[in-house]
Design a protein around this ligand. Structure first.
Ligand SMILES: [Zn+2]
Length: 116
């Protein structure tokens, strides 16, 4: 790789290595979900059910996601709640990785080592 800056080759190398590692980490975020949780307690249609005397069913978990500019709530079954939580955690990691790669690329730009 060619570059022509004031930063030492070693530092550019370090940035390139860090960026490569972050890109590999990005590809591991397979449960990625961008959204937020809502929990709901509901009433069923059986009129003699305890839910109509204050003990509502739930919680049921929903993921609020944006699609076509609208907020939508998607039901998440209990068996998938833990995986979905992992997905939300992965999203926050994704944002941090994007911010860090942006900073690395700006540093590389300054050193003329971004175009290659
Ligand atoms: Zn009920």
């Amino acid at each position: 790789m060619r570059y022509s800056g004031y930063m030492s080759n070693k530092n550019v190398e370090k940035l390139l290595n860090e960026r490569a590692a972050l890109l590999i980490e990005l590809s591991s975020l397979s449960h990625l979900l961008h959204g937020s949780w809502v929990q709901r307690y509901s009433l069923c249609s059986r009129k003699d059910c305890k839910c109509h005397r204050g003990e509502r069913h739930g919680p049921r978990h929903y993921l609020v996601v944006n699609r076509d500019g609208k907020q939508r709530q998607k039901y998440v079954p209990n068996s998938q709640v833990a995986a979905a939580q992992t997905g939300l955690t992965e999203y926050s990691r994704l944002s941090k990785i994007v911010d860090r790669i942006t900073q690395i690329n700006l540093d590389l730009m300054k050193e003329g080592a971004y175009e290659d």
